[in-house]
Design a protein around this ligand. Structure first.
Ligand SMILES: C[S@@+](CC[C@H](N)C(=O)[O-])C[C@H]1O[C@@H](n2cnc3c(N)ncnc32)[C@H](O)[C@@H]1O
Length: 186
């Protein structure tokens, strides 16, 4: 993570918020430096609810104490609900409180390193669970540091429409180094 390379995180927010209803329910995992959260808040209305799952308490503390100058007081926004939890637990436990969009930027992509158990987010049963946590017409986006044909195929097995969108790390970057996997539920 870097405070100077946030383009792909912001692009992820823009792709996820393109067609949201006024009372949108959004889930972001994880918080990181809050670039995705900041852009989501800019693109959603006052009645949106934005759940943010962050595994590491220290990341939430850094955002509150040190990142005001970078990202403002995002965590004080009344639309934001911070959960110091594994994002998979929120997805698995959401019941009928489903989401219009889910933004997953927790690892380098389908090769988890923060914790081994993150693998479940990229495997077929986890993908199916994510789909069930979306409202009809909902969208999930996975951030990845690289393309991955096999992961795209797994998504295509569950979702109506899947796109692998190249993304830049920063606006003037010459190359598209990251990939955003965008999947829409019927
Ligand atoms: C690359 S950063 C996210 C960057 C973020 N999109 C931004 O705009 O700054 C990844 C974050 O996900 C968190 N994380 C990793 N695994 C997680 C999980 N299973 N649930 C919730 N957060 C997780 C990490 O602690 C880290 O803060």
């Amino acid at each position: 993570m870097s405070t100077t390379a946030s383009s792909s995180e912001e692009q992820m927010a823009e792709l996820s918020c393109a067609n949201l209803p006024a009372q949108a329910r959004v889930l972001i995992g994880g918080l990181g430096f809050g670039f995705t959260l900041k852009r989501v808040l800019a693109l959603t209305g006052p009645d949106a609810v934005v759940d943010v799952a962050e595994l590491l308490p220290v990341i939430v503390e850094w955002n509150r104490e040190f990142l005001h100058e970078v990202n403002g007081q995002l965590l004080d926004d009344p639309r934001v609900r911070i959960h110091v939890r594994d994002v998979y637990e929120l997805i698995d436990g959401c019941g009928n409180e489903r989401y219009d969009t889910i933004l997953l930027d927790v690892d380098n992509g389908p090769d988890p390193f923060v914790q081994d158990v993150n693998e479940r987010l990229y495997q077929k049963p986890g993908i199916e669970r994510i789909k069930q946590a979306l409202r009809p017409g909902g969208r999930v986006i996975f951030w990845s540091a690289h393309p991955d044909k096999s992961f795209a195929k797994s998504l295509q097995g569950a979702f109506r429409n899947v796109e692998c969108i190249p993304a830049k790390a920063y606006p003037k970057a010459k190359r598209f180094t990251h990939t955003l996997f965008v999947a829409d539920r019927t």
